[in-house]
Design a protein around this ligand. Structure first.
Ligand SMILES: Cc1cc2nc3c(=O)[nH]c(=O)nc-3n(C[C@H](O)[C@H](O)[C@H](O)COP(=O)(O)O)c2cc1C
Length: 404
């Protein structure tokens, strides 16, 4: 009798387990085709005939603020397009002046330029052809003028010959294949310093207006890590910013395919199995994704990050014009791709550079410590060799960002 009862209990338990797993798989959408990853395929651009669209199809792979991918493209004539900030996808709480959204225009332009080169075109990029929009971050302002006018001209035979003669393992640009690798590694990095010659090459990417500085002396690593962590504490305690982040969180495969922008579990170094289990649980119990829970998890990730970082880098501009912001994005892409090609990875830690009132103290502190008079720190990144690989994250379909 007792055995039968025990068997019944075991069968009931197994039944509940199976139903539970089934429910998790359904609510998560575990077996859905991941449309949101399609742009990462190396032949994704080939389905489009227009070379501009082909180049733009690479642009969506660029790193970008809050994974909002706030790019809007208006095609013009046969070979040109205008790039605007897409004001439907902004993060006004974390980025009140729209500065990170403007930096994000630059990251995109550099990816498009490299892709165009690979496709046999020279991308002539004119920044702010109608003048800059002002410092105000309202959608009406940042969306009012194009960030760039880009024209694709067929590369001359000489230019192509010169490019092809580079030793680049088959691609015209050595950076082209690197664009298909994940952009942001939020996992622990090994205790390996950057080679001095790599530091020199990376810092030499600096331009007339935008400077890259790499820090890997113990004192700076500690100081910058401390600033980054205390800024993360401020951010974790800011309900407005946390709510904004929670709204951008896509808890399962259904939502990831629907939105294709925002945040996901990927990128935290979790195995695909854990991602799906957590996604299923988050979908069944949405309260697990409260702004408070998001703040706690953000802070614990920040702690692990700063405790496992051998080096930091800053991107600094003279002044803080909109042009300087776009140029920072261009340089960030070049920096990231060049460093990836050398075997390093990065993660921006933007909190201390943000402009909302509660962050003012940290903003002042990092500028007093690391910027000169009149200079602006556009980005702070950790850099190193990752302890593990991360998967690529969501991207929009290129046609979602194109008008006309
Ligand atoms: C201007 C800018 C600021 C960013 N700030 C952060 C940040 O503070 N923390 C972070 O983890 N990633 C940051 N990122 C990386 C983006 O979150 C990331 O590029 C985006 O989510 C897409 O994911 P992926 O790069 O892994 O493909 C930033 C990227 C840019 C361009």
């Amino acid at each position: 009798m007792a055995i039968i009862t025990w068997q019944k209990a075991a069968i009931a338990f197994a039944g509940i387990l199976v139903i539970g797993i089934f429910a998790l798989v359904i609510v998560d959408g575990t077996f859905l085709h991941k449309q949101y990853l399609e742009p990462w395929a190396e032949d994704y651009h080939e389905q489009f005939e227009d070379p501009r669209v082909q180049a733009l199809a690479h642009g969506v792979l660029a790193p970008n603020s809050h994974n909002l991918q706030s790019w809007r493209v208006v095609l013009e004539g046969e070979d040109s397009f205008f790039l605007y900030v897409d004001t439907d996808r902004l993060s006004p709480k974390a980025d009140p002046p729209g500065r990170q959204a403007t930096v994000t225009q630059g990251t995109f332009l550099e990816y498009v330029r490299i892709a165009a080169e690979e496709l046999g075109y020279e991308a002539e990029i004119e920044l702010f052809p109608d003048g800059e929009y002002g410092p105000d971050g309202s959608p009406e302002n940042v969306g009012s003028k194009p960030v760039a006018r880009v024209s694709l001209k067929e590369a001359s035979t000489e230019a192509r010959g010169a490019l092809e003669s580079r030793e680049t393992g088959g691609s015209i640009s050595a950076l082209y294949p690197v664009m298909f690798l994940p952009d942001t590694y939020r996992v622990p990095y090994r205790e390996i310093k950057l080679q001095q010659e790599d530091v020199e090459k990376l810092e030499a990417l600096s331009t007339e207006n935008v400077t890259i500085v790499i820090y890997q002396e113990a004192e700076d690593v500690e100081k910058l890590g401390d600033i980054a962590y205390r800024a993360a504490e401020v951010e974790a305690g800011n309900s407005g910013v946390q709510e904004e982040g929670s709204e951008l969180f896509r808890p399962n495969e259904w939502e990831k395919n629907k939105f294709r922008y925002g945040f996901t579990m990927e990128g935290q170094g979790l195995s695909p199995f854990k991602v799906h289990v957590l996604q299923g649980l988050l979908s069944l119990f949405p309260s697990m994704n409260s702004p408070e829970a998001a703040g706690d998890s953000f802070l614990s990730q920040a702690k692990t990050a700063v405790e496992n970082t051998p080096a930091y880098a800053l991107i600094i501009t003279e002044g803080n014009s909109r042009t300087a912001q776009v140029e920072s994005g261009i340089l960030y892409s070049r920096f990231l791709l060049t460093a990836s090609d050398m075997g390093y990875v990065m993660q921006p830690l933007s909190q201390a550079t943000e402009e909302y009132p509660e962050m003012a103290g940290m903003y002042k502190e990092i500028h007093e410590e690391y910027a000169g008079e009149g200079e602006t720190i556009q980005m702070l990144m950790r850099i190193g060799v990752p302890e593990k690989e991360v998967p690529p994250t969501m991207r929009l379909d290129v046609m979602d960002i194109i008008e006309g």
